[in-house]
Structures are given as C-alpha cells and as structure tokens.
Design a protein around this ligand. Structure first.
Ligand SMILES: Cc1cc2nc3c(=O)[nH]c(=O)nc-3n(C[C@H](O)[C@H](O)[C@H](O)COP(=O)(O)OP(=O)(O)OC[C@H]3O[C@@H](n4cnc5c(N)ncnc54)[C@H](O)[C@@H]3O)c2cc1C
Length: 418
C-alpha cells in the first residue's frame, strides 16, 4: 500500500495520529471494559486521561501522589516574586468529574508479566499501562549535593518551586552570589535555567539588590542551541550588571558548609545556589526493565520497546524530542487515541518509511515580565528512522511572545483541568 493510501486510511480511524497495532487483542476481547492505568497526573498523564475519558470506552485509573497539579512552565513568575503560586496550580476536580478512578498514591513496582502495578497498599491490574512519571534528579553526579538536598532545592518538578522562591526572596534581601548551574542536556525545558536567571535579575534591578547571579553552564552556549543567540543577547544586554555567564564549566562537587561549588573552571563561592543536576526517568522505569537513563520507546507510537502494552510518555521517555510539557500533553492525547482505536479494532500500523507527524510544542523563554523568546518545535518521523525535529525561534525577545506565553499557559491548563 502506498504511503498516501495508508495515510488516508488512518484519517478514517478514531485517531488520525494512531499508527500501530497493540498486541493485546485477546486481553481486550475478554474484558468488558479494558482497564487503562495512567501513572502520573502531570502534563503527559492528563493528556492521556482527558482523551481516554472522552472516548467513554475504557475504565481509567489515575495514580498520582499529589493533591493537585502545579505547572513548571511560567512558574518562574512565582519564583521571582511576580505572581502568586496559585496562578500555576489547579485541582484535579475536573478529571474526577469525568469518572476517572483517582488513586492518591505512588507506584513502587510494575509486574509486567502479571499486568499489575503496585503501590505500598494495593495492586492495580491493567490492560494498557501509560507511564507519565516525569523525571528524577541525578544527585550522585555532584558529590555533596544529596547530603545537602534541603539546602539546594532544584524547583524543576511540581510544588518544589516554593523552596526555590524562599531562597530567591532571601537572596533579593541579602544580596551576595547566587549560583544557577546548568547541566548538559537532556534535561527538562532547556531554556528554563536562563529564564530563571533573567527574571531574578529583573527583580534585583527593581530591589537594588547588591550581588550577582552566576550562571555556571556546563554547555558552550545557552540551550537549546537554536535559542542560544537571542538568550545570550538578552542576558548580556538586559542584565549585564546582574548576570555573570560562565560557560563550559562542569560542576565537580559542592561543599554546602563552606558554600563553594568546584567546577572544571575553578572554585566559585556562593551565598545561595540553585543547582540543577542532570536528570533521568524515575527509578521505577529502570526497575521494570523499560530502559536505563530514560525509557526506550518506539516512534511514533510511544510504546515501550520491551512491552507493547506499556506506553511511556512525557519526560520519562528517551526519544530525541525535547522535554516539554506541550509535547508531553500532546503525546498523552496521541497515546490515549491509540488505545481507544485499538479497543475499537480500528488501529492500523503505519508502513515502514511512512512519514508520521509527532506532537508539536511551543516553549517559552521569558527574559522579563514583558518580553519572551518563543521556540516552536515541530517533529515528524519516517517509521524506522530517527525523528526529524524542526525549530523556529524568535530572533529577539519580544512583547508578543511574552503575552503569547501567558495565553498559551491559560489555554493548555484549561484543556488539562478546566
Ligand atoms: C522552569 C520550567 C519551565 C518550563 N517551561 C516549559 C514551557 O514553556 N513549555 C513547555 O512545553 N514545557 C516547559 N517545561 C517542561 C515541562 O514542565 C515538562 O516537560 C513536563 O512537566 C513533562 O510532563 P510529564 O508528564 O512527563 O512530567 P510531570 O509533569 O512532571 O508529571 C509527572 C507526574 O508523575 C507523578 N509521579 C512520578 N512518579 C510517580 C509514581 N511512582 N507513582 C505515581 N505518580 C508518580 C508526579 O507526582 C507528577 O505529577 C518547563 C519546565 C520547567 C522546570
């Protein structure tokens, strides 16, 4: 069948993005309503849950330890003192109202042979498992960090922002050196460390804080590479007196008592430090044999290479797609649609070499409360090949993108949680 014919056929299915057959037809046939367990109620998990619930054909369980949702995107406005935390928080009420079974707990084990996930108190069976567990920090990469974890909040996961906000408030009052360290990719939202530096620097100007932010970057330029020039320009031209930018400086160890970060470019003394360590998928993924640093998946389906009944989406998966909430949400929607199409028996596999569009994203690098740099990410994959990723980036920070960022946040949070 030609690619054109195949794509036409896919359009007629319940999910235009659905592209592969899940090998569990017998399981689906014997169960009155297939059971889908979604682990993680962040960006990816909510995309899956909303789509699955709209289909009305499967029993959905959402396992998430937090009481509610908090966005990392745009929460820099809270961290730097420009907005309350509540602007970035939502309750799970809208999802509960869809008839999703909520389990407020943490999955500690996955029994793939028995198709069951385990929390500390219960075992929950599944026909399809969607893992949207985000990531964890590789604290061991920086000797001295784990022992002083409380002193160095990272703030790259939901609800951790409060501790960073308190640290920033103390710095703005007391001054001194505030280190923000940037790891090598892959890490969550590459522009985020520079965005954080810029917004804190704006606040320093307003409050006449005596001191500086030292961005200690393991990379040669700001990440991601297509955003390097406008971001570096913004840091230099807008905050030349507030931000010192040190590149290709690999953190080697941290001495929390003496307040010294040792790097490949020498020791740097600090009063406050926001150390952003390298990141990986949570240990659950490794324990279940689904990958090493990140889960190994098939594109375009996001099925585990080890288990066709397991989908890994969002930042836990190890494809070259950027670690973005927008992509995580879109991937959740795609996987939800794939599962529904499979349940309906309408799911069709793409032919080898077919070009399939992958979830897209917009990421924002705010450089002040009124200016931002937008990066638009589009990706596709020819089945069997690595994905092709295309970036469109603002060449200068601008007010339109700053407003666009807020509108984007409000619209995507509404799609997630009403
Ligand atoms: C400062 C900052 C700015 C950002 N800006 C942007 C932006 O402008 N645009 C953009 O697209 N993206 C942005 N991102 C990236 C975005 O936040 C992430 O890519 C997104 O959160 C990934 O979604 P996820 O579902 O994989 O993980 P998460 O949203 O982190 O969700 C994971 C969920 O899984 C739960 N969980 C983990 N382990 C378990 C377990 N064992 N059992 C049960 N539940 C579990 C967690 O509690 C959590 O709720 C930004 C990130 C940061 C840090």
């Amino acid at each position: 069948m030609s690619s054109l014919k195949r794509r036409t056929l896919l359009k007629g299915t319940a999910a235009a993005t659905a592209v592969s057959v899940v090998g569990c037809a017998s399981q689906v046939a014997t169960s009155p309503r297939p059971r889908v367990v979604v682990v993680g109620g962040g960006w990816g998990g909510l995309g899956a849950v909303r789509t699955l619930a709209a289909g009305g054909k499967v029993d959905i369980t959402l396992i998430e330890p937090n009481d509610g949702f908090m966005s990392c995107p745009l929460s820099v406005l809270y961290i730097a003192g420009y907005a309350p935390a509540s602007n970035f928080q939502r309750s799970y009420g809208a999802v509960d109202a869809l008839g999703v079974r909520p389990v407020k707990d943490r999955v500690v084990d996955i029994d793939r042979a028995g198709r069951t996930v385990k929390t500390a108190t219960q075992s929950i069976p599944y026909d399809f498992l969607v893992l949207a567990t985000g990531l964890e920090y590789m604290e061991e990469a920086l000797p001295g960090l784990a022992a002083a974890r409380e002193q160095f909040p990272v703030g790259f996961r939901a609800f951790e922002q409060s501790a960073v906000q308190r640290q920033v408030a103390a710095f703005l009052e007391q001054g001194g050196n505030f280190i923000i360290s940037v790891p090598k990719p892959p890490y969550r939202c590459p522009p985020a460390p520079y965005e954080r530096a810029c917004l804190i620097a704006q606040r320093m100007k307003e409050k006449a804080t005596k001191g500086k932010i030292i961005v200690v970057d393991a990379n040669k330029h700001p990440m991601p590479p297509p955003m390097a020039r406008p971001m570096e320009t913004a840091m230099r031209e807008m905050y030349g007196s507030q931000i010192e930018y040190i590149t290709e400086a690999d953190p080697k160890s941290i001495d929390a008592g003496r307040k010294v970060l040792s790097t490949s470019k020498g020791d740097i003394a600090f009063n406050h430090a926001n150390i952003i360590p390298p990141m990986r998928a949570p240990g659950l993924i490794r324990k279940a044999g689904l990958g090493e640093r990140f889960a190994t998946i098939e594109l375009p389906t996001f099925q585990s290479k080890a288990d066709k009944n397991v989908f890994i989406i969002g930042d836990s998966q190890g494809s070259p797609l950027p670690k973005s909430g927008h992509i995580a949400f879109g991937t959740g929607q795609q996987v939800g649609a794939q599962i529904l199409a499979t349940v309906d028996g309408k799911y069709r596999e793409a032919d080898l070499g077919d070009e399939v569009t992958l979830p897209a994203a917009i990421c924002w690098g705010k450089v002040s409360t009124s200016l931002a740099i937008m990066i638009n990410v589009n990706a596709s994959v020819a089945v069997g090949d690595p994905p092709k990723i295309r970036y469109e980036v603002d060449q200068t920070a601008n007010a339109t993108s700053s407003k666009g960022a807020i509108d984007w946040g409000n619209s995507i949070w509404h799609a997630m949680l009403g």
